[in-house]
Design a protein around this ligand. Sequence first.
Ligand SMILES: *Cc1c(COP(=O)(O)O)cnc(C)c1O
Length: 380
Amino acid sequence: MYRARATVDLAAVRRNIAAIRGRLSPHAACIAVVKADGYGHGAVPVAQAALQAGAMGLAVTTCEEACSLHDAGLARGALVMGPVLDEQVEEAVKTGAAFALWSPEFVRSVGRVAARMQTRVGLHLKVDTGMHRLGAAPAEVPALVEAVAAHPWLELTAVMTHLACADVDPEFTRSQLGVFRRTIEPVRRAWPQVRYHAANSAATLGHPSSHFDLVRCGIAVYGLSPFQHDPAGDGLSPALSLSSFVATVRDLEPGDGVSYSLTWKAARRTRVALVPIGYGDGFFRALSNKGDVLIGGKRYARVGTVCMDQFLVEVGRDAPVRFGDPVVLIGEQGSERITAEELAAHAGTINYEITCSLTARVQREYVGVPSHTDELEDHG
Ligand SMILES: *Cc1c(COP(=O)(O)O)cnc(C)c1O
């Protein structure tokens, strides 16, 4: 028995990569984004599964994330997309990492490291086409391209942008893609070997004209919907399920309150079951008195405040719910299913934050790891 466990199905990750690749034109490839410990799923096992299924590469936010993938035996250098500090760059360069680039200062600092280490470093020049977060203004692009090209140890691998509203606003997305196309046009003529990329999961699924040479998919790799819909609608399979167990059951009389501040009171004679997972596990307090869990294939409503370590559900006097019964918080049981999207809606957030928030106290378990026999079968 386990208190709180996240089961990650790596076969689902492989299916999701296949589903993503199935939407791309033959020359385009997929980079799997495994930042924030693979959106809470575990970066290393997800990265391995994604590469097995034909992802071309990996992307992360920090140098440390790139280094830890490398230390775990993933030899292909990752793309580091976030801002980096000079002193971290050297370690990441040793792992074969490439870097997103948006300033002349970074060309100088990464150039110094590359020259000192006599190592070629790939750069993905990031253009701000309207998100106004990271990226060089379109007018600064030609000078940055020249600065990279002039450096003997730097290589312009790609030009990229990031879309602010690919999940919600097709018109703004088209305008960002227009700015990107106009910006890269002269670069494309001079640098035919450079790759171009813009799409996150939402754009990959919703805007085929954003695919260019590469797509950078995060949320879809995990089988979650960038649109906060049912992921099945986009042919995605959720990889993560979250489960716990019934730790106690307790009979209540009408008017008995439960948990901190007694925010819920029994309306009748009833029974509650305690599920030992809480916001200390990353299961949000905002889910107090909201949403359901699955026990024995049936839905039961959460009642009272979610505590750091536990919460309660009302099961009623007649339900056959006992100590030790498995409880599903995200995932399937019988014919019922609770999605991360459903929980996110109750918590007033998005599925990304639901899985990213699961803390180290939640035990991770991996299933769908290809066995030697599977591989033999795959190859006939
Ligand atoms: C996180 C991130 C992605 C992946 O976004 P999803 O919506 O999870 O697909 C792509 N590009 C950049 C720059 C990112 O930061």
